[in-house]
Write a protein that binds this ligand. Structure first.
Ligand SMILES: [Fe+2]
Length: 193
């Protein structure tokens, strides 16, 4: 069996378990089980060789590979392959829960609570690196800052695919405003299924 076939089998098994864990509802506890599942998938780092998920060249900081999506655009799993320096300001995921775990590289996630429709406050910080993960409920808001000088290879699992997340809210902390971004069919997603 080649690596892609073995990777697909491992992903299918993890997604089956994740669906099972969330079958009674999406809660902090049930998402913690999904977090464990995604970390276990990441620990099989030989299934995610850099040759299959290369870092970008040119001006871009990241590449985003879709490796699984359910029939209804649910349980969408992406591989984020990024250069040091990747950063995103606070944003939600259009009503989708999210779990992020690391195969390689380290990034800090700020977790925020909405204070007003336009402003958020930092309530926690988590470093995602091999052996750790972060999860967010449907209303979760986070920012991302890559740390160190190692490229990232992280797995991002969402209850809804980017295309189905519809409108995300992004928060500009300096200006104290919220901006709305329609995800739609993002043209930079690469289908690696
Ligand atoms: Fe995000």
């Amino acid at each position: 069996m080649n690596i892609k076939t073995r990777r697909e089998a491992a992903i299918q098994a993890s997604i089956r378990n994740a669906r099972d864990f969330l079958s009674e509802g999406t809660t902090i506890d049930s998402l913690n089980l999904v977090k464990g599942e995604l970390m276990a998938l990441c620990a099989q780092s030989h299934l995610f060789p850099r040759s299959d998920f290369p870092v970008p060249d040119g001006d871009r900081v990241e590449r985003c590979f879709l490796v699984h999506e359910g029939d209804h655009g649910d349980f969408a799993l992406y591989v984020n392959s990024a250069l040091p320096g990747q950063a995103y300001r606070p944003h939600n995921h259009g009503g989708s829960w999210a779990v992020i775990a690391a195969v390689e590289g380290e990034e800090t996630h700020g977790l925020y609570q909405e204070v007003t429709p336009d402003t958020v406050k930092l309530v926690n910080q988590i470093t995602v690196k091999p052996g750790t993960a972060v999860s967010m409920l449907e209303e979760g808001i986070h920012s991302i800052h890559a740390e160190g000088d190692q490229p990232l290879l992280h797995l991002h699992l969402y209850g809804k695919s980017f295309a189905r997340q519809g409108e995300r809210t992004e928060y500009d902390l300096e200006l104290g405003i919220a901006e709305h971004l329609v995800m739609g069919e993002l043209d930079y997603i690469e289908d690696a299924r």
